[in-house]
Write a protein that binds this ligand. Structure first.
Ligand SMILES: NC(=O)c1ccc[n+]([C@@H]2O[C@H](COP(=O)([O-])OP(=O)(O)OC[C@H]3O[C@@H](n4cnc5c(N)ncnc54)[C@H](OP(=O)(O)O)[C@@H]3O)[C@@H](O)[C@H]2O)c1
Length: 263
C-alpha cells in the first residue's frame, strides 16, 4: 500500500490493540514514530519509538486513523472528537452509525479480528460506512492483512454472525483440544505427551486446511472414505450430537453479539 498514515490505538495497552500494533509494525506498514497508543491504568513498556499517552483526545489529534480497541462496556464513557477522520472499531456489538455519531465522523469502519492477530493469523471481517473512501478501505486492508486474512462483508448482520464464528473462533478448536486431552489423560497418557500430541494435531490440521484453501467438508470426507479408525470416531461423534452442539453454540454467540450492541 503506497499511503502512509499515522495510527492511534485507543486501548493500545490491551490484548487486541497491542497485537494489531505489533503485527502492523512487523509487516512494515507503519513506523513506530507514526504509531500512538493510549492506556488507562498502567503505561506499558512496549513498542519503542511509539507515542504512549493516557489522553485519548491528544492521541486522536496527532493521528490520521483512530482505532477503538477498548471493551464495549468502556466505550460509552470514551470522549473523543475524531473531527471527520477515519475511525476503525474492533469492538464487538457496537454499530457503525453509533460510532460515527459519538465521535464526530462519517468515515467509520467496523471490524472484528480475533485472538490469532497475536501471531498474524487473525480472520478479520469488516464493513465501512458509505462515506469511507477508497484510501480508507486500502488502509483497513493493509492493517488487517498484516494481522492475517481480511474480508469486506455485505452487512453489519454478517459482522454480528462472524463475531461468534470467527471472533470467538479460536476458542472452538481449543475446546476440542481440551476435550481430547482430558480423554487422553483419563486413558493414562502422560500429560506432557498428551499436550504435545493434541497441540501438534491442531496445528497440523490448520496447515492442511491452509494448503490450497482446502474445504473442511472434503477433508472430513477423505477421512470417512478411508474407512479406518478415523471414520469410526467421526461417525460416533456425529451420532452423539457433535454437529448440533456446534450449531447451538454458534447461535448462542450470535444472539449474545446482537444483545451486546443493544446493552
Ligand atoms: N481479544 C479478542 O480476542 C477480541 C476479539 C475480537 C474483538 N475484540 C474486541 O477488542 C476490544 C478490546 O479487547 P481486548 O481483548 O484487547 O481487551 P483488553 O485486553 O481488556 O484491552 C482493552 C484495553 O482498553 C483499555 N482502556 C479502557 N478504557 C480506556 C480509556 N478510556 N482510555 C485508554 N485505554 C482504555 C484497558 O485499560 P485497563 O486495563 O487499564 O482497564 C485495556 O488495556 C473489545 O472491544 C473486544 O470486543 C477482542
Amino acid at each position: 500500500m503506497g499511503t502512509s498514515f499515522k495510527l492511534g490505538i485507543v486501548g493500545g495497552a490491551g490484548w487486541l490493540g497491542g497485537a494489531i500494533a505489533g503485527a502492523s509494525l512487523e509487516a512494515g506498514i507503519l513506523h513506530a514514530a507514526d504509531l500512538a497508543l493510549s492506556y488507562r491504568s498502567v503505561k506499558p513498556d512496549r513498542f519503542p519509538g511509539a507515542f504512549w499517552t493516557d489522553d485519548n483526545q491528544a492521541l486522536a489529534d496527532r493521528s490520521d486513523v483512530i482505532m477503538l480497541s477498548v471493551r464495549p462496556q468502556d466505550w460509552p464513557s470514551l470522549s473523543i472528537d475524531a473531527k471527520g477522520k477515519l475511525v476503525i472499531s474492533v469492538m464487538a456489538g457496537i454499530r457503525l452509525a453509533e460510532i460515527g455519531e459519538k465521535h464526530g465522523t462519517r468515515r467509520v469502519v467496523r471490524t472484528l479480528p480475533n485472538a490469532a492477530a497475536e501471531v498474524a493469523k487473525s480472520y478479520t471481517p469488516w464493513i465501512a460506512s458509505s462515506d469511507a473512501t477508497e484510501t480508507d478501505r486500502a488502509i483497513v486492508r493493509a492493517i488487517f492483512d498484516a494481522c492475517g486474512v481480511q474480508d469486506e462483508v455485505a452487512t453489519e448482520r454478517d459482522i454480528d454472525y462472524l463475531t461468534g464464528l470467527t471472533g470467538s473462533g479460536p476458542a472452538f478448536p481449543a475446546l476440542l483440544a481440551d476435550a481430547m486431552m482430558r480423554e487422553a489423560i483419563a486413558f493414562g497418557l502422560a500429560p506432557d505427551v498428551a499436550r504435545r500430541a493434541v497441540n501438534t494435531v491442531l496445528t497440523g490440521t490448520g496447515r492442511l486446511l491452509e494448503l490450497n484453501d482446502a474445504s473442511p467438508a472434503d477433508t472430513v470426507k477423505a477421512f470417512l472414505d478411508y474407512r479406518g479408525t478415523t471414520a469410526a470416531a467421526i461417525e460416533t461423534m456425529r451420532k452423539a450430537g457433535f454437529d448440533e452442539a456446534v450449531a447451538k453454540g454458534l447461535a448462542a454467540a450470535f444472539e449474545k453479539s446482537i444483545a451486546m450492541g443493544k446493552a
